[in-house]
Design a binder for this molecule. Structure first.
Ligand code: AVJ
Length: 320
């Protein structure tokens, strides 16, 4: 099957920024920060896949279990003749769970920022689902997107698993949901959201004893060294990921273990001993607090599924 990658047209770009630009600006700021979307180069994506396998990281396996358990019900809510649009498609592992059950999904539009990876995984999907209309698109899901209509105008449903929504502050998350709703042109959204829970459980998920999450965090510096010729010493920084209970989020930092300077090209950045670089927020919601957020973004929250331990949730939202 031939499914060429199309580059999407963005109507509103929350300014496209290079890793070099983000890094230079973020390290010049106080407090220092690096945007979490830069975790996912080839090495970082592989480390993230390893995180998903960790016994402490319950999110991925719980969400996949929920999708499998409720795929029939989800399919029924989506209706007939559906085009599923996945925001930030990645490995395409989760959509297979839906496709295996939901025969009403006739078309699948995976959207991802990385064209190389998308091309490979889409080819594999095409051979496993020969009847599926596949329309991979390269684009940034944080933007408002003009997704051309498919022939026959199938009803659109969005798919945004993995609790990636947690990487955004609640106001930004509401804005993102609003843009997704507009990009879908109405239609529903199936979204995975990690839940608030015992802080010890959250802490364990981001501080695995095998040190994979630390490597994932420090990969930002390894990547800067490789791609930008920076001279970070990753061993001179500590992975620090506490749960901030009043803000309902895990905050991830790289903390300088000594006073040191790092050069990136002609720029020098000074770190005090103990100085943090903020690298990620991972917001957690209650089922109710997420439904309120969705309503703020113009969705009517409909069905919600959770596991026995209430670790993770999957929500079906409909456009109002
Ligand atoms: C991919 C954003 C859902 O926040 O749990 C895993 C990324 N960071 N371990 C998350 C992540 C540290 C992950 N998300």
């Amino acid at each position: 099957m031939d499914c060429p990658l199309a580059r999407l047209q963005s109507l509103a770009l929350p300014e496209e920024e290079s890793f070099a630009g983000n890094l230079a600006a973020g390290l010049a700021r106080t407090p220092k920060e690096i945007a979490c979307k830069y975790f996912y180069d080839a090495a970082g994506s592989q480390l993230f896949e390893q995180i998903c396998e960790l016994p402490e990281y319950y999110q991925t396996r719980t969400e996949m279990m929920l999708l499998g358990r409720h795929a029939g019900e989800i399919a029924a809510l989506m209706g007939e003749n559906v085009e599923l649009v996945e925001f930030g498609a990645g490995s395409l592992r989760k959509v297979r769970i839906l496709l295996d059950e939901a025969k009403n999904i006739g078309a699948y539009t995976p959207l991802d920022i990385s064209g190389n990876y998308l091309g490979d995984v889409v080819r594999a999907l095409a051979s496993d689902y020969p009847a599926l209309t596949l329309r991979p698109l390269i684009g940034d899901f944080t933007c408002l997107l003009e997704i051309p209509a498919l022939p026959g105008n199938p009803r659109r449903a969005g798919f945004f698993p993995g609790s990636t929504i947690g990487n955004f502050r609640p106001d930004a998350a509401a804005g993102l949901l609003r843009r997704m709703r507009a990009s879908l042109g109405g239609g529903g959204l199936l979204i995975g959201v990690d839940l608030v829970k015992d802080p010890a459980r959250l802490h364990a998920a981001y501080n695995d004893p095998a040190g994979i999450t630390a490597l994932f965090n420090k990969n930002l510096m390894v990547r800067a060294n490789r791609e930008l010729g920076a001279d970070f010493d990753p061993d001179a920084f500590a992975h620090y990921a506490p749960y901030n209970a009043s803000a309902h989020r895990v905050e991830m930092y790289l903390v300088s273990l000594k006073r040191q300077s790092v050069t990136i090209g002609s720029m020098q950045f000074d770190f005090a001993s103990g100085e943090p670089v903020h690298t990620e927020d991972s917001h957690k919601y209650t089922i109710e607090s997420f439904r309120e957020l969705a309503a703020r973004a113009g969705f009517s929250p409909r069905a919600v599924w959770t596991d026995e331990e209430r670790l993770f949730s999957v929500h079906w939202l409909e456009s109002r």
